[in-house]
Design a protein around this ligand. Structure first.
Ligand SMILES: *Cc1c(COP(=O)(O)O)cnc(C)c1O
Length: 393
């Protein structure tokens, strides 16, 4: 797929398309069939052994799911891609494929909540030593990687404080010790950030977010070298966390407008972050595109756009959040992110609800923090909405 010369949006529309035949579907058909018939036993045998292309059983491969994987590897510039029922399935299947008892893994502390649980709860149970480092302490991450590890797991920008991790710098050190570098690229997408070009080996996604982009399908994708992706696929085949054809169709449809949508998310994110930054009811704003952001220089180096995700805290406590959120008319107060419609959620009741106030404080998460996933609405309307909501506080 890497030799496809076309530009991004062209590949998004055409990479998963087979050579034309007369009267073919223009939209990818949704194949609900669980199983696919063979009447020639030799052909069945060849397909079963991967000597001939074809589909046998939808837990393994499916004619709607496969074009999504082909399109994703083209967009990411990877040799191969494999899909999953959810983002967490992509992450867990990848880690369980690559790690064995006795291995050591290094990761940042600010990974997605579910990923963090894998490092803290499930991998230690299978005797994998997991070293979680302060996300922005690159010196310590380098030091821990140099002690030796099987893989380095990164995510950038992070949730909910939009911390930016220097992929190129850390990948270089990981490769010195022969470790694989995995990056969760869900927040940025490959429109804004291409970890493989920065030295990462594997890029993975919750396709539930920007890739689908409409809050109507869940999925996960892993992109990387064929040898590794094939091993992850083999694990998934047996583990069974397969993407459904319906969801594959919706994600594939989402990819067709990904570049367009990300351009608008980037513009809206930047404008809203700047508006909030200058507002007197707002305490802090976290957005990689603001020059005041802790790692704005790294973000500028490795990102082509800063995305639609931001968070901000209000002067005062959680009562202020309770007042503001119901007052906004163009923001769903709901979990998740990366949709065409704006979504907001305070980490205190979403991602970090299980922690105590002290634990949130130790992680630098203010009680009055609100995560804002800017949609693709008209940005003036979104700003007016926030203006009205904040004025009422
Ligand atoms: C949502 C999310 C996940 C998990 O994806 P699901 O599709 O909900 O399983 C993983 N990583 C990041 C960064 C996410 O935002």
């Amino acid at each position: 797929m890497t030799d496809d010369p076309k530009n991004f949006s062209t590949r998004a529309l055409w990479a998963g398309h087979l050579p034309p035949v007369a009267g073919e579907d223009v939209a990818t058909p949704i194949h609900h069939s669980v199983t696919f018939g063979y009447y020639d036993m030799d052909e069945w045998f060849d397909v079963a052994l991967d000597r001939k292309p074809g589909h046998i059983y939808s837990r393994n491969t499916n004619p709607t799911v496969r074009p999504l994987e082909v399109t994703m590897s083209s967009l990411e510039g990877s040799e191969e891609a494999v899909s999953f029922s959810t983002g967490m399935a992509a992450i867990s299947n990848t880690l369980y494929t690559l790690l064995e008892p006795g291995d050591r893994a290094v990761a940042i502390k600010d990974t997605y909540g579910g990923t963090n649980k894998i490092f803290l709860e499930f991998l230690p149970r299978m005797k994998v030593d997991c070293c979680l480092c302060d996300t922005l302490d690159f010196d310590t991450i380098e030091e821990e990687v140099r002690k030796g590890c099987k893989l380095l797991y990164l995510e950038t920008p992070t949730n909910p404080l939009l911390k930016v991790v220097d992929i190129e710098r850390l990948a270089r050190v990981a490769h010195e010790v022969g470790a694989l570098v995995i990056v969760d690229n869900t927040f940025a997408t490959m429109v804004n950030q291409r970890p493989l070009e920065l030295g990462a080996d594997i890029v993975l996604y919750s396709a539930t977010k920007y890739l689908n982009g409409h809050s109507d399908a869940m999925g996960g994708i892993v992109c990387g070298p064929r040898e590794i992706v094939d091993r992850v696929y083999h694990y998934r085949e047996i583990n069974g966390a397969t993407l459904h054809a319906n969801s594959a169709y919706l994600i594939l449809r989402g990819l067709k407008t990904l570049e367009l949508r990300m351009q608008r998310h980037n513009e809206n994110g930047q404008r809203i972050a700047e508006f909030l930054h200058d507002h007197d009811k707002v305490d802090q704003v976290f957005y990689p595109g603001l020059p005041a952001h802790t790692n704005h220089d790294v973000a500028r180096k490795q990102m082509d756009g800063f995305g639609g995700m931001l968070s901000f805290s209000l002067h005062g406590d959680f009562d202020q959040v309770k007042q503001l959120v119901p007052n906004l008319t163009h923001a769903h107060a709901a979990a998740s992110l990366g949709s065409v419609a704006t979504l907001i959620g305070p980490p205190r009741v979403t991602s970090h609800v299980e922690l105590t106030m002290e634990e949130r404080k130790a992680m630098g998460i203010p009680e009055s923090l609100i995560r804002y996933s800017a949609g693709v609405e008209n940005v003036d309307d979104l700003i007016d909405d926030l203006k009205r909501g904040l004025a009422a506080l």
